[in-house]
Ligand binder design. Structure first.
Ligand SMILES: *[C@@H]1O[C@H](CO)[C@@H](O)[C@H](O)[C@H]1NC(C)=O
Ligand SMILES: *[C@@H]1O[C@H](CO)[C@@H](O)[C@H](O)[C@H]1NC(C)=O
Ligand SMILES: *[C@@H]1O[C@H](CO)[C@@H](O)[C@H](O)[C@H]1NC(C)=O
Length: 574
Protein backbone atom coordinates (compact mmCIF):
# COMPACT_ATOMS: atom_id res chain seq x y z
CA UNK A 1 0.00 0.00 0.00
CA UNK A 2 1.47 3.39 -0.88
CA UNK A 3 2.20 5.45 2.22
CA UNK A 4 -0.27 8.17 1.31
CA UNK A 5 -3.10 5.77 1.69
CA UNK A 6 -2.33 5.42 5.35
CA UNK A 7 -3.59 8.92 5.80
CA UNK A 8 -6.53 8.72 3.46
CA UNK A 9 -7.43 5.41 5.00
CA UNK A 10 -7.42 6.98 8.42
CA UNK A 11 -9.72 9.71 7.31
CA UNK A 12 -12.16 7.38 5.81
CA UNK A 13 -13.47 6.49 9.25
CA UNK A 14 -14.65 10.04 9.55
CA UNK A 15 -16.78 9.63 6.47
CA UNK A 16 -20.26 8.28 6.60
CA UNK A 17 -21.13 4.81 5.57
CA UNK A 18 -23.68 4.55 2.87
CA UNK A 19 -25.62 1.37 2.30
CA UNK A 20 -26.60 2.04 -1.25
CA UNK A 21 -23.02 2.52 -2.38
CA UNK A 22 -21.53 -0.52 -0.74
CA UNK A 23 -19.72 -1.74 -3.78
CA UNK A 24 -18.53 1.46 -5.35
CA UNK A 25 -15.11 3.01 -5.84
CA UNK A 26 -14.88 6.52 -7.29
CA UNK A 27 -11.62 8.43 -7.25
CA UNK A 28 -9.07 10.55 -9.04
CA UNK A 29 -6.13 8.38 -9.98
CA UNK A 30 -2.56 9.27 -9.12
CA UNK A 31 -1.83 10.79 -12.54
CA UNK A 32 -4.83 13.05 -12.13
CA UNK A 33 -3.99 14.20 -8.61
CA UNK A 34 -0.44 14.83 -9.76
CA UNK A 35 -1.74 16.97 -12.58
CA UNK A 36 -4.27 18.91 -10.50
CA UNK A 37 -2.69 18.97 -7.07
CA UNK A 38 0.94 18.03 -7.41
CA UNK A 39 0.41 14.99 -5.23
CA UNK A 40 0.90 11.40 -6.31
CA UNK A 41 -1.79 9.53 -4.48
CA UNK A 42 -5.24 8.44 -5.44
CA UNK A 43 -7.86 10.67 -3.98
CA UNK A 44 -10.91 8.62 -3.16
CA UNK A 45 -14.30 10.24 -3.11
CA UNK A 46 -15.96 6.91 -2.48
CA UNK A 47 -14.02 3.86 -1.43
CA UNK A 48 -15.82 0.57 -0.94
CA UNK A 49 -18.97 2.60 -0.55
CA UNK A 50 -17.57 4.87 2.13
CA UNK A 51 -17.82 8.52 1.27
CA UNK A 52 -14.91 10.86 1.93
CA UNK A 53 -16.83 13.98 2.83
CA UNK A 54 -13.61 15.89 3.30
CA UNK A 55 -12.65 15.42 -0.30
CA UNK A 56 -16.17 16.29 -1.45
CA UNK A 57 -16.21 19.56 0.46
CA UNK A 58 -13.11 20.80 -1.23
CA UNK A 59 -13.62 23.15 -4.14
CA UNK A 60 -10.75 22.09 -6.32
CA UNK A 61 -9.24 24.95 -8.33
CA UNK A 62 -8.61 24.35 -12.03
CA UNK A 63 -6.12 26.68 -13.72
CA UNK A 64 -6.83 28.13 -17.18
CA UNK A 65 -4.80 25.49 -18.99
CA UNK A 66 -6.77 22.55 -17.61
CA UNK A 67 -9.96 21.95 -19.57
CA UNK A 68 -10.52 18.27 -18.92
CA UNK A 69 -10.71 16.34 -15.71
CA UNK A 70 -10.89 12.61 -15.21
CA UNK A 71 -12.61 10.39 -12.71
CA UNK A 72 -12.03 6.71 -12.24
CA UNK A 73 -14.80 4.47 -11.02
CA UNK A 74 -15.94 0.90 -10.71
CA UNK A 75 -18.76 -1.12 -9.29
CA UNK A 76 -17.03 -3.85 -7.34
CA UNK A 77 -19.70 -6.54 -7.69
CA UNK A 78 -21.71 -7.71 -10.65
CA UNK A 79 -24.97 -7.66 -8.72
CA UNK A 80 -26.96 -5.67 -7.87
CA UNK A 81 -26.88 -3.19 -10.72
CA UNK A 82 -26.02 0.36 -9.80
CA UNK A 83 -27.42 3.38 -11.64
CA UNK A 84 -26.20 6.91 -11.91
CA UNK A 85 -27.54 10.23 -13.10
CA UNK A 86 -25.21 13.11 -13.69
CA UNK A 87 -25.89 16.83 -13.91
CA UNK A 88 -23.70 19.92 -14.18
CA UNK A 89 -24.32 23.27 -12.61
CA UNK A 90 -22.28 26.27 -13.75
CA UNK A 91 -22.57 29.37 -11.65
CA UNK A 92 -21.37 31.75 -14.31
CA UNK A 93 -22.41 30.74 -17.78
CA UNK A 94 -21.00 33.73 -19.60
CA UNK A 95 -17.48 32.57 -18.81
CA UNK A 96 -17.89 28.82 -18.99
CA UNK A 97 -20.03 26.65 -21.23
CA UNK A 98 -21.95 23.75 -19.81
CA UNK A 99 -19.50 20.92 -19.15
CA UNK A 100 -19.69 17.73 -21.18
CA UNK A 101 -18.81 14.22 -20.10
CA UNK A 102 -17.84 11.38 -22.39
CA UNK A 103 -20.36 9.12 -20.69
CA UNK A 104 -24.11 9.59 -21.00
CA UNK A 105 -26.03 11.56 -18.38
CA UNK A 106 -27.54 8.45 -16.94
CA UNK A 107 -26.76 4.79 -17.05
CA UNK A 108 -25.16 1.97 -15.13
CA UNK A 109 -21.96 2.27 -13.17
CA UNK A 110 -19.45 0.06 -15.02
CA UNK A 111 -18.27 -3.09 -13.34
CA UNK A 112 -14.86 -2.82 -14.95
CA UNK A 113 -12.42 -0.17 -13.85
CA UNK A 114 -13.23 2.81 -16.12
CA UNK A 115 -12.27 6.41 -16.60
CA UNK A 116 -14.60 9.14 -17.65
CA UNK A 117 -13.75 12.58 -18.73
CA UNK A 118 -15.50 15.87 -18.03
CA UNK A 119 -14.69 18.79 -20.28
CA UNK A 120 -15.01 22.32 -18.92
CA UNK A 121 -14.76 24.64 -21.93
CA UNK A 122 -14.37 28.37 -21.27
CA UNK A 123 -16.26 30.68 -23.60
CA UNK A 124 -13.27 33.03 -23.87
CA UNK A 125 -15.68 35.90 -23.53
CA UNK A 126 -14.50 37.04 -20.16
CA UNK A 127 -12.10 36.33 -17.35
CA UNK A 128 -13.57 34.91 -14.21
CA UNK A 129 -13.39 32.13 -11.69
CA UNK A 130 -16.37 29.90 -12.18
CA UNK A 131 -17.75 27.46 -9.66
CA UNK A 132 -18.93 24.22 -11.18
CA UNK A 133 -20.79 21.46 -9.44
CA UNK A 134 -20.80 17.99 -10.92
CA UNK A 135 -23.68 16.18 -9.32
CA UNK A 136 -23.79 12.44 -9.43
CA UNK A 137 -26.79 10.59 -8.05
CA UNK A 138 -26.16 6.91 -7.49
CA UNK A 139 -28.85 4.43 -6.66
CA UNK A 140 -29.54 0.76 -6.33
CA UNK A 141 -32.94 -0.57 -7.45
CA UNK A 142 -35.12 2.36 -6.59
CA UNK A 143 -34.96 6.11 -6.65
CA UNK A 144 -35.57 6.21 -2.91
CA UNK A 145 -32.29 4.44 -2.41
CA UNK A 146 -30.22 7.35 -3.50
CA UNK A 147 -26.86 8.86 -2.71
CA UNK A 148 -26.07 12.33 -3.97
CA UNK A 149 -22.42 13.23 -4.58
CA UNK A 150 -21.46 16.78 -5.43
CA UNK A 151 -17.99 17.34 -6.84
CA UNK A 152 -16.96 20.96 -6.74
CA UNK A 153 -14.53 22.59 -9.09
CA UNK A 154 -13.48 26.18 -9.47
CA UNK A 155 -12.39 26.82 -13.01
CA UNK A 156 -10.39 29.91 -13.94
CA UNK A 157 -11.34 31.19 -17.36
CA UNK A 158 -9.41 33.76 -19.30
CA UNK A 159 -10.73 36.21 -21.79
CA UNK A 160 -9.40 35.58 -25.26
CA UNK A 161 -8.44 38.59 -27.33
CA UNK A 162 -7.81 38.15 -31.05
CA UNK A 163 -7.52 34.45 -30.60
CA UNK A 164 -4.74 34.69 -28.03
CA UNK A 165 -4.64 34.95 -24.30
CA UNK A 166 -3.68 38.29 -22.95
CA UNK A 167 -0.67 37.09 -21.14
CA UNK A 168 0.84 39.91 -19.26
CA UNK A 169 -2.21 41.32 -17.60
CA UNK A 170 -4.54 38.49 -18.28
CA UNK A 171 -7.50 39.93 -16.52
CA UNK A 172 -8.26 43.14 -18.31
CA UNK A 173 -11.07 44.27 -16.16
CA UNK A 174 -13.44 46.77 -17.65
CA UNK A 175 -16.05 48.18 -15.36
CA UNK A 176 -18.31 45.36 -16.27
CA UNK A 177 -15.81 42.75 -15.29
CA UNK A 178 -15.10 44.67 -12.19
CA UNK A 179 -18.48 43.79 -10.82
CA UNK A 180 -17.69 40.20 -11.64
CA UNK A 181 -14.54 40.48 -9.63
CA UNK A 182 -16.49 41.70 -6.67
CA UNK A 183 -18.94 38.85 -6.92
CA UNK A 184 -16.10 36.51 -7.15
CA UNK A 185 -14.50 37.79 -4.02
CA UNK A 186 -17.68 37.00 -2.17
CA UNK A 187 -17.79 33.53 -3.55
CA UNK A 188 -14.18 32.86 -2.85
CA UNK A 189 -14.47 32.65 0.85
CA UNK A 190 -15.13 28.94 0.88
CA UNK A 191 -12.42 27.48 2.96
CA UNK A 192 -10.14 24.94 1.53
CA UNK A 193 -8.51 23.71 4.65
CA UNK A 194 -10.66 20.67 4.95
CA UNK A 195 -9.08 19.42 1.85
CA UNK A 196 -5.61 19.60 3.26
CA UNK A 197 -6.73 17.05 5.75
CA UNK A 198 -7.60 14.72 2.96
CA UNK A 199 -4.62 15.06 0.70
CA UNK A 200 -2.21 17.62 2.10
CA UNK A 201 0.04 14.98 3.39
CA UNK A 202 1.38 12.47 1.04
CA UNK A 203 4.03 10.69 3.04
CA UNK A 204 4.34 8.29 5.88
CA UNK A 205 6.79 10.56 7.68
CA UNK A 206 3.81 12.58 8.72
CA UNK A 207 2.95 9.98 11.27
CA UNK A 208 6.29 10.48 12.95
CA UNK A 209 5.89 14.21 12.88
CA UNK A 210 2.43 13.96 14.25
CA UNK A 211 3.69 11.95 17.18
CA UNK A 212 6.39 14.50 17.72
CA UNK A 213 3.82 17.26 17.73
CA UNK A 214 1.75 15.45 20.27
CA UNK A 215 4.78 15.14 22.48
CA UNK A 216 5.66 18.79 22.05
CA UNK A 217 2.20 19.82 22.99
CA UNK A 218 2.24 17.73 26.10
CA UNK A 219 5.29 19.47 27.39
CA UNK A 220 5.14 22.76 25.61
CA UNK A 221 5.16 24.71 28.83
CA UNK A 222 8.88 24.88 28.51
CA UNK A 223 9.60 28.57 28.46
CA UNK A 224 11.71 30.13 25.82
CA UNK A 225 13.98 33.05 25.95
CA UNK A 226 11.88 35.98 24.87
CA UNK A 227 14.77 37.87 23.52
CA UNK A 228 16.70 37.35 20.41
CA UNK A 229 19.43 34.85 20.71
CA UNK A 230 22.27 33.74 18.64
CA UNK A 231 21.63 30.98 16.24
CA UNK A 232 24.37 29.65 14.10
CA UNK A 233 22.89 27.20 11.67
CA UNK A 234 26.11 25.77 10.53
CA UNK A 235 27.95 25.12 13.79
CA UNK A 236 25.43 24.47 16.47
CA UNK A 237 24.38 20.88 16.52
CA UNK A 238 20.94 21.56 17.88
CA UNK A 239 19.86 23.92 15.17
CA UNK A 240 21.43 21.66 12.64
CA UNK A 241 19.20 18.97 13.96
CA UNK A 242 16.22 21.23 13.45
CA UNK A 243 17.22 22.00 9.94
CA UNK A 244 17.91 18.40 9.16
CA UNK A 245 14.60 17.38 10.58
CA UNK A 246 12.71 19.88 8.55
CA UNK A 247 14.60 18.83 5.47
CA UNK A 248 13.39 15.31 5.83
CA UNK A 249 9.83 16.35 5.27
CA UNK A 250 10.57 18.76 2.52
CA UNK A 251 9.72 17.63 -0.94
CA UNK A 252 12.33 17.30 -3.61
CA UNK A 253 12.85 20.56 -5.39
CA UNK A 254 10.77 21.57 -8.27
CA UNK A 255 13.21 23.36 -10.47
CA UNK A 256 12.03 26.93 -10.47
CA UNK A 257 12.91 30.45 -10.17
CA UNK A 258 14.33 30.63 -6.70
CA UNK A 259 17.90 31.62 -6.86
CA UNK A 260 19.76 34.67 -5.86
CA UNK A 261 21.14 37.35 -8.03
CA UNK A 262 19.87 39.09 -11.08
CA UNK A 263 16.70 37.38 -12.12
CA UNK A 264 15.99 39.49 -15.14
CA UNK A 265 12.75 37.60 -15.63
CA UNK A 266 11.22 39.12 -12.57
CA UNK A 267 10.24 42.45 -13.95
CA UNK A 268 8.28 44.22 -11.39
CA UNK A 269 7.90 44.20 -7.71
CA UNK A 270 6.50 46.28 -5.01
CA UNK A 271 8.81 49.00 -3.96
CA UNK A 272 9.27 52.63 -4.80
CA UNK A 273 11.90 51.49 -7.25
CA UNK A 274 9.67 50.14 -9.90
CA UNK A 275 9.80 49.70 -13.60
CA UNK A 276 6.22 50.64 -14.24
CA UNK A 277 6.19 53.76 -16.38
CA UNK A 278 3.77 56.63 -15.69
CA UNK A 279 2.03 55.87 -18.99
CA UNK A 280 1.49 52.24 -17.93
CA UNK A 281 0.00 53.47 -14.70
CA UNK A 282 -2.26 55.85 -16.51
CA UNK A 283 -3.66 53.20 -18.79
CA UNK A 284 -4.05 50.76 -15.90
CA UNK A 285 -5.99 53.36 -13.97
CA UNK A 286 -8.25 54.13 -16.89
CA UNK A 287 -9.07 50.43 -17.25
CA UNK A 288 -10.51 50.38 -13.76
CA UNK A 289 -11.86 53.92 -13.66
CA UNK A 290 -14.86 54.49 -11.40
CA UNK A 291 -16.88 57.68 -11.26
CA UNK A 292 -16.68 59.67 -8.04
CA UNK A 293 -20.45 59.65 -7.60
CA UNK A 294 -20.37 55.85 -7.27
CA UNK A 295 -18.15 56.00 -4.19
CA UNK A 296 -19.46 56.66 -0.70
CA UNK A 297 -16.89 56.97 2.07
CA UNK A 298 -17.68 55.28 5.38
CA UNK A 299 -15.67 54.90 8.58
CA UNK A 300 -12.05 55.92 8.67
CA UNK A 301 -10.13 52.72 9.46
CA UNK A 302 -6.50 53.78 9.42
CA UNK A 303 -4.73 57.05 9.09
CA UNK A 304 -1.19 58.26 8.61
CA UNK A 305 0.26 61.69 7.97
CA UNK A 306 -0.70 61.75 4.33
CA UNK A 307 -2.73 58.60 3.71
CA UNK A 308 -6.11 57.34 4.84
CA UNK A 309 -7.91 54.04 4.53
CA UNK A 310 -11.68 54.07 4.66
CA UNK A 311 -14.43 51.56 4.65
CA UNK A 312 -16.70 52.53 1.82
CA UNK A 313 -19.50 51.60 -0.49
CA UNK A 314 -19.32 51.23 -4.20
CA UNK A 315 -22.67 51.94 -5.78
CA UNK A 316 -23.78 50.08 -8.88
CA UNK A 317 -23.57 51.85 -12.19
CA UNK A 318 -27.20 51.56 -13.05
CA UNK A 319 -29.20 53.64 -10.60
CA UNK A 320 -32.38 51.68 -11.21
CA UNK A 321 -30.78 48.52 -10.05
CA UNK A 322 -30.90 48.01 -6.35
CA UNK A 323 -28.71 45.46 -4.56
CA UNK A 324 -25.68 46.67 -6.44
CA UNK A 325 -23.94 48.20 -3.47
CA UNK A 326 -20.72 46.65 -2.34
CA UNK A 327 -18.58 47.23 0.68
CA UNK A 328 -15.03 48.09 -0.26
CA UNK A 329 -11.83 49.52 1.16
CA UNK A 330 -10.82 52.89 -0.14
CA UNK A 331 -7.26 54.14 0.08
CA UNK A 332 -6.75 57.83 -0.47
CA UNK A 333 -4.38 60.68 0.28
CA UNK A 334 -4.87 63.79 2.37
CA UNK A 335 -4.20 67.26 1.05
CA UNK A 336 -0.81 67.14 2.77
CA UNK A 337 0.47 64.65 0.22
CA UNK A 338 3.03 65.91 -2.28
CA UNK A 339 3.23 65.10 -5.95
CA UNK A 340 5.91 62.43 -5.54
CA UNK A 341 3.91 60.76 -2.80
CA UNK A 342 0.95 60.71 -5.15
CA UNK A 343 3.03 59.04 -7.82
CA UNK A 344 4.35 56.38 -5.43
CA UNK A 345 0.84 55.78 -4.14
CA UNK A 346 -0.58 55.24 -7.62
CA UNK A 347 2.32 53.05 -8.70
CA UNK A 348 2.24 50.84 -5.64
CA UNK A 349 -1.53 50.51 -5.77
CA UNK A 350 -1.35 49.24 -9.33
CA UNK A 351 1.16 46.49 -8.61
CA UNK A 352 -1.35 43.70 -8.23
CA UNK A 353 -3.95 45.10 -10.58
CA UNK A 354 -5.67 42.53 -12.74
CA UNK A 355 -4.46 39.51 -10.78
CA UNK A 356 -7.14 37.04 -9.86
CA UNK A 357 -6.39 34.58 -7.11
CA UNK A 358 -8.21 33.78 -3.95
CA UNK A 359 -5.24 34.81 -1.83
CA UNK A 360 -4.54 38.10 -3.56
CA UNK A 361 -6.39 41.33 -2.89
CA UNK A 362 -5.69 43.64 -5.81
CA UNK A 363 -6.96 47.12 -6.50
CA UNK A 364 -10.21 46.81 -8.46
CA UNK A 365 -11.25 50.39 -9.05
CA UNK A 366 -9.71 53.82 -9.23
CA UNK A 367 -11.12 57.30 -9.24
CA UNK A 368 -8.41 59.71 -10.32
CA UNK A 369 -9.69 62.92 -11.86
CA UNK A 370 -7.08 65.47 -10.91
CA UNK A 371 -9.40 67.74 -8.96
CA UNK A 372 -9.55 65.72 -5.80
CA UNK A 373 -7.14 63.22 -4.26
CA UNK A 374 -7.40 59.79 -5.90
CA UNK A 375 -9.48 56.96 -4.47
CA UNK A 376 -8.16 53.44 -4.92
CA UNK A 377 -10.77 50.74 -4.34
CA UNK A 378 -10.07 47.27 -2.94
CA UNK A 379 -12.33 44.31 -2.23
CA UNK A 380 -13.56 44.15 1.34
CA UNK A 381 -12.56 41.47 3.87
CA UNK A 382 -14.58 41.20 7.07
CA UNK A 383 -11.73 41.26 9.53
CA UNK A 384 -9.57 43.74 7.72
CA UNK A 385 -5.86 44.17 8.08
CA UNK A 386 -4.11 41.02 9.33
CA UNK A 387 -1.65 42.80 11.62
CA UNK A 388 -4.44 44.70 13.33
CA UNK A 389 -6.47 41.51 13.51
CA UNK A 390 -3.63 39.69 15.26
CA UNK A 391 -3.18 42.53 17.73
CA UNK A 392 -6.89 42.49 18.45
CA UNK A 393 -6.68 38.75 19.13
CA UNK A 394 -3.85 39.38 21.57
CA UNK A 395 -5.82 42.03 23.43
CA UNK A 396 -8.87 39.88 23.98
CA UNK A 397 -7.35 36.50 24.50
CA UNK A 398 -9.77 34.97 26.92
CA UNK A 399 -12.89 33.48 25.52
CA UNK A 400 -13.43 35.93 22.74
CA UNK A 401 -14.26 34.78 19.27
CA UNK A 402 -10.77 35.85 18.35
CA UNK A 403 -8.92 33.13 20.16
CA UNK A 404 -6.64 31.76 17.51
CA UNK A 405 -5.31 28.25 17.58
CA UNK A 406 -1.97 27.27 16.17
CA UNK A 407 -3.84 25.38 13.54
CA UNK A 408 -5.74 28.46 12.41
CA UNK A 409 -2.52 30.44 12.28
CA UNK A 410 -0.90 27.74 10.17
CA UNK A 411 -3.95 27.69 7.94
CA UNK A 412 -3.58 31.41 7.35
CA UNK A 413 0.13 31.03 6.65
CA UNK A 414 -0.62 28.37 4.04
CA UNK A 415 -2.81 30.82 2.22
CA UNK A 416 -0.20 33.51 2.24
CA UNK A 417 2.15 31.00 0.61
CA UNK A 418 -0.41 30.24 -2.07
CA UNK A 419 -0.77 33.93 -2.82
CA UNK A 420 2.99 34.38 -3.08
CA UNK A 421 3.36 31.30 -5.27
CA UNK A 422 0.80 32.77 -7.62
CA UNK A 423 2.71 36.05 -7.78
CA UNK A 424 5.96 34.22 -8.45
CA UNK A 425 4.32 32.29 -11.26
CA UNK A 426 3.38 35.68 -12.69
CA UNK A 427 7.02 36.72 -12.28
CA UNK A 428 6.25 39.24 -9.59
CA UNK A 429 8.34 39.54 -6.47
CA UNK A 430 6.33 41.14 -3.75
CA UNK A 431 9.29 42.60 -1.79
CA UNK A 432 7.18 43.60 1.20
CA UNK A 433 5.52 40.49 2.56
CA UNK A 434 4.31 41.14 6.10
CA UNK A 435 1.11 40.83 8.09
CA UNK A 436 0.45 44.54 7.56
CA UNK A 437 0.12 43.81 3.84
CA UNK A 438 -2.51 41.11 4.23
CA UNK A 439 -6.23 41.20 4.86
CA UNK A 440 -8.30 38.49 6.51
CA UNK A 441 -11.89 37.27 6.40
CA UNK A 442 -13.87 35.89 9.30
CA UNK A 443 -13.28 32.35 8.09
CA UNK A 444 -9.52 32.96 8.17
CA UNK A 445 -9.08 33.34 4.44
CA UNK A 446 -6.03 35.55 4.06
CA UNK A 447 -5.22 37.67 1.03
CA UNK A 448 -1.97 39.33 0.25
CA UNK A 449 -2.28 42.90 -0.88
CA UNK A 450 0.02 45.63 -2.15
CA UNK A 451 1.93 47.88 0.22
CA UNK A 452 0.56 51.25 -0.82
CA UNK A 453 0.23 53.54 2.23
CA UNK A 454 1.76 50.91 4.54
CA UNK A 455 4.78 53.12 5.16
CA UNK A 456 2.48 55.85 6.26
CA UNK A 457 0.00 53.80 8.26
CA UNK A 458 2.58 51.52 9.93
CA UNK A 459 5.49 53.94 10.31
CA UNK A 460 7.25 51.85 12.96
CA UNK A 461 7.70 48.96 10.51
CA UNK A 462 9.77 51.04 8.11
CA UNK A 463 13.03 52.86 8.55
CA UNK A 464 14.97 55.21 6.41
CA UNK A 465 18.62 54.23 6.70
CA UNK A 466 19.85 57.62 5.60
CA UNK A 467 19.23 56.99 1.92
CA UNK A 468 15.90 58.69 1.46
CA UNK A 469 14.13 55.39 1.10
CA UNK A 470 11.85 54.09 3.80
CA UNK A 471 12.34 50.33 3.90
CA UNK A 472 10.88 47.44 5.92
CA UNK A 473 14.34 46.81 7.35
CA UNK A 474 13.37 44.04 9.77
CA UNK A 475 11.62 42.02 7.10
CA UNK A 476 14.43 42.28 4.57
CA UNK A 477 16.75 39.44 3.70
CA UNK A 478 20.44 40.21 4.21
CA UNK A 479 21.11 40.63 0.50
CA UNK A 480 18.02 42.81 0.07
CA UNK A 481 19.10 44.98 2.96
CA UNK A 482 22.72 45.34 1.86
CA UNK A 483 22.60 45.15 -1.91
CA UNK A 484 18.91 45.62 -2.74
CA UNK A 485 18.90 42.20 -4.34
CA UNK A 486 15.35 40.85 -4.44
CA UNK A 487 14.40 37.38 -5.55
CA UNK A 488 11.89 34.69 -4.65
CA UNK A 489 14.35 33.78 -1.89
CA UNK A 490 14.10 37.25 -0.36
CA UNK A 491 10.32 36.80 -0.33
CA UNK A 492 10.96 33.52 1.51
CA UNK A 493 12.88 35.41 4.18
CA UNK A 494 10.10 37.96 4.60
CA UNK A 495 7.57 35.13 4.78
CA UNK A 496 9.57 33.65 7.66
CA UNK A 497 9.30 36.95 9.53
CA UNK A 498 5.60 37.09 8.69
CA UNK A 499 5.12 33.63 10.15
CA UNK A 500 6.91 34.81 13.27
CA UNK A 501 4.58 37.83 13.47
CA UNK A 502 1.63 35.49 13.27
CA UNK A 503 2.89 33.18 15.99
CA UNK A 504 3.49 36.17 18.27
CA UNK A 505 0.13 37.75 17.37
CA UNK A 506 1.65 40.81 15.84
CA UNK A 507 4.79 41.57 17.84
CA UNK A 508 7.51 43.66 16.29
CA UNK A 509 10.39 41.50 15.07
CA UNK A 510 13.82 42.38 16.44
CA UNK A 511 12.12 44.92 18.71
CA UNK A 512 15.29 45.67 20.67
CA UNK A 513 17.57 46.03 17.71
CA UNK A 514 18.39 49.39 16.23
CA UNK A 515 17.48 49.28 12.53
CA UNK A 516 20.89 50.70 11.71
CA UNK A 517 22.52 47.68 13.37
CA UNK A 518 20.36 45.11 11.63
CA UNK A 519 22.75 44.26 8.82
CA UNK A 520 25.66 43.63 11.15
CA UNK A 521 23.45 41.74 13.53
CA UNK A 522 22.18 39.40 10.82
CA UNK A 523 25.64 38.87 9.43
CA UNK A 524 26.84 37.75 12.83
CA UNK A 525 24.22 35.03 12.69
CA UNK A 526 21.63 36.42 15.07
CA UNK A 527 17.97 35.90 14.30
CA UNK A 528 14.64 36.38 16.07
CA UNK A 529 14.05 33.96 18.92
CA UNK A 530 11.45 31.24 19.05
CA UNK A 531 8.16 32.73 20.25
CA UNK A 532 6.44 31.34 23.30
CA UNK A 533 4.01 28.57 22.43
CA UNK A 534 5.48 28.25 18.98
CA UNK A 535 6.01 24.54 18.29
CA UNK A 536 9.58 23.60 17.44
CA UNK A 537 8.62 22.37 13.97
CA UNK A 538 7.12 25.67 13.09
CA UNK A 539 10.09 27.55 14.38
CA UNK A 540 12.34 25.27 12.35
CA UNK A 541 10.39 26.30 9.27
CA UNK A 542 10.92 30.00 10.03
CA UNK A 543 14.55 29.52 10.85
CA UNK A 544 15.21 27.87 7.48
CA UNK A 545 13.79 30.95 5.79
CA UNK A 546 16.51 33.05 7.37
CA UNK A 547 19.50 31.18 6.03
CA UNK A 548 22.24 33.61 5.08
CA UNK A 549 22.60 32.36 1.53
CA UNK A 550 19.48 32.66 -0.66
CA UNK A 551 20.18 29.21 -2.11
CA UNK A 552 19.98 27.58 1.30
CA UNK A 553 16.48 28.84 1.96
CA UNK A 554 13.57 26.55 1.22
CA UNK A 555 11.37 27.13 -1.80
CA UNK A 556 7.72 27.98 -1.36
CA UNK A 557 6.70 24.58 -2.70
CA UNK A 558 8.66 23.02 0.17
CA UNK A 559 7.28 25.44 2.74
CA UNK A 560 3.78 24.64 1.56
CA UNK A 561 4.28 20.92 1.99
CA UNK A 562 5.80 21.42 5.45
CA UNK A 563 2.98 23.59 6.66
CA UNK A 564 0.30 21.41 5.16
CA UNK A 565 1.79 18.38 6.86
CA UNK A 566 2.02 20.28 10.08
CA UNK A 567 -1.55 21.51 9.75
CA UNK A 568 -2.74 17.98 9.24
CA UNK A 569 -0.75 16.75 12.19
CA UNK A 570 -2.29 19.40 14.43
CA UNK A 571 -5.73 18.50 13.21
CA UNK A 572 -5.29 14.88 14.04
CA UNK A 573 -3.61 14.99 17.40
CA UNK A 574 -4.56 18.15 19.18
C1 LIG B 1 -30.26 13.92 -7.40
O1 LIG B 1 -31.19 13.78 -6.37
C2 LIG B 1 -31.63 15.00 -5.81
C3 LIG B 1 -32.52 14.68 -4.63
O2 LIG B 1 -33.39 13.64 -4.90
C4 LIG B 1 -32.35 15.80 -6.88
O3 LIG B 1 -32.77 17.04 -6.36
C5 LIG B 1 -31.40 16.05 -8.03
O4 LIG B 1 -32.02 16.74 -9.09
C6 LIG B 1 -30.84 14.73 -8.54
N1 LIG B 1 -29.80 14.99 -9.50
C7 LIG B 1 -29.68 14.30 -10.64
C8 LIG B 1 -28.49 14.56 -11.46
O5 LIG B 1 -30.52 13.49 -10.99
C1 LIG C 1 -13.66 8.78 -21.84
O1 LIG C 1 -12.36 9.32 -21.92
C2 LIG C 1 -11.36 8.56 -21.24
C3 LIG C 1 -10.07 9.31 -21.30
O2 LIG C 1 -9.86 9.86 -22.55
C4 LIG C 1 -11.25 7.19 -21.86
O3 LIG C 1 -10.28 6.43 -21.17
C5 LIG C 1 -12.58 6.51 -21.75
O4 LIG C 1 -12.54 5.27 -22.39
C6 LIG C 1 -13.68 7.37 -22.38
N1 LIG C 1 -14.93 6.77 -22.07
C7 LIG C 1 -15.88 6.57 -22.98
C8 LIG C 1 -17.13 5.92 -22.51
O5 LIG C 1 -15.72 6.90 -24.15
C1 LIG D 1 -31.99 0.14 -0.72
O1 LIG D 1 -31.64 -1.01 -1.44
C2 LIG D 1 -31.30 -2.13 -0.66
C3 LIG D 1 -30.93 -3.24 -1.61
O2 LIG D 1 -29.64 -3.64 -1.41
C4 LIG D 1 -32.47 -2.54 0.21
O3 LIG D 1 -32.11 -3.62 1.04
C5 LIG D 1 -32.92 -1.36 1.05
O4 LIG D 1 -34.06 -1.68 1.78
C6 LIG D 1 -33.21 -0.16 0.14
N1 LIG D 1 -33.52 0.99 0.96
C7 LIG D 1 -34.47 1.81 0.63
C8 LIG D 1 -34.66 2.96 1.58
O5 LIG D 1 -35.14 1.68 -0.34
Amino acid sequence: MPPSLVILGGLVFLGCFSVSLSYLNLYMDAAETLRLLGITAELYYVRNGIINNYALTFNLPLPPDIDEIYFTWQRLREQPAMFYRMKFTVLHDRALMLPEANISNEGQVPSTLSVFQVRLPCTGEMSAQVDVIIQMNISIFSASNLTVLNFKRRKTCIKVTDGAYVRDYPFTQGEEDYVEAEDRVDSLTTSTHIFYIAVGCACAIILLIALAVAVYYLNSQKSNDRYTKRMNYYDSSSSQALTAQSQTFLRPDTPNNASGAGLPNFRRGISPVTELKPTDIKSMLSEIAVERKRIALGDLLMEGTFGRIYLGTLIGEDENEVSMEQEVYIKTLTDQARGDQLQVFLTESCMLKGLIHQNINPVVGACVDGEIQPFMIYPYSNEGNLKKFLLKCRMSECGSRYTLSTQQLVYMAIQIIRGIQYLHRKKIIHKDIATRNCVVDNDFVVKLTDNSLSRDVFPSDYTCLGDNENRPVKWLAVEALLERRFSPASDVWAFGVTLWEMMTLGQQPYADIDPFEMAAYLQEGYRIAQPHNCPDELFAVMACCWAMSPDERPKFTQLLVCLQDFYTALGRFI
